[in-house]
Design a protein around this ligand. Structure first.
Ligand SMILES: Cc1cc2nc3c(=O)[nH]c(=O)nc-3n(C[C@H](O)[C@H](O)[C@H](O)COP(=O)(O)O)c2cc1C
Length: 187
């Protein structure tokens, strides 16, 4: 019995040390820089992303589709347009061109997008699934024709419960004060 307890204690000690080792590695990979990653089909979200990045002292990364969206692709009145088909298929993952360099350097990531059909375009799912964002502080921002960003936040939180999504903000015509407040929340 004594031998058994000793073996068990040794095994426990080994596994605890391995665990703290792997946590250490992750901590070491968690930088302190801030990234503003955004997708913008017609330039509006790109504008908001630039204002936000400058206020947050963040690096900017554009999430670019491998195949750019044409005007016809963006026609939401057409049931067969690319955006309608993608948004009707929850498993669609439009391919992204390129990758974020030195992702480990970032501890905070803002993810921005236009609201499509009241939520985030599925290319945002591609971005999230292609990049290891676990452990980073994540904030969402969006532009829209009037819809809120809260449904997008709820949808992404429920799709990725392992991620630390802390909040979201609609940045339609943002004032410097709005952006400053949002950045303060991220600190
Ligand atoms: C396919 C599609 C769906 C859209 N759905 C919505 C919507 O549900 N609610 C809304 O307020 N705006 C909607 N919009 C408008 C965009 O969210 C808005 O124009 C946004 O600012 C565009 O950003 P961008 O220029 O960065 O692409 C939609 C636009 C497109 C192309």
């Amino acid at each position: 019995m004594k031998h058994f307890i000793l073996t068990l204690a040794t095994l426990l000690a080994i596994s605890l040390s391995a665990c703290s080792q792997s946590n250490k590695t992750k901590e070491n990979n968690m930088g302190t820089k801030t990234l503003v990653a955004y997708f913008s089909a017609t330039g509006t979200t790109a504008g908001a992303a630039k204002v936000l990045a400058s206020a947050a002292g963040a690096d900017l990364y554009e999430i670019q589709p491998e195949k750019p969206y044409t005007d016809a692709d963006l026609d939401w009145t057409d049931k067969q347009s690319r955006s309608t088909l993608e948004m009707n298929d929850k498993s669609s993952r439009p391919a992204i061109k390129g990758t974020v360099r030195h992702l480990d350097d970032y501890g905070t990531v803002y993810i921005g997008f236009p609201i499509w059909w009241y939520t985030a375009p599925t290319i945002i799912n591609t971005f999230i699934e292609k990049n290891y964002l676990k452990g980073k502080k994540i904030f969402l921002f969006a532009t829209s024709g009037g819809s809120n960003v809260k449904k997008a936040e709820k949808d992404l939180k429920s799709a990725y419960p392992e991620l630390d999504i802390r909040g979201s903000r609609l940045l339609n015509h943002p004032t410097a004060g709005d952006v400053k407040k949002f950045v303060e929340e991220g600190k």
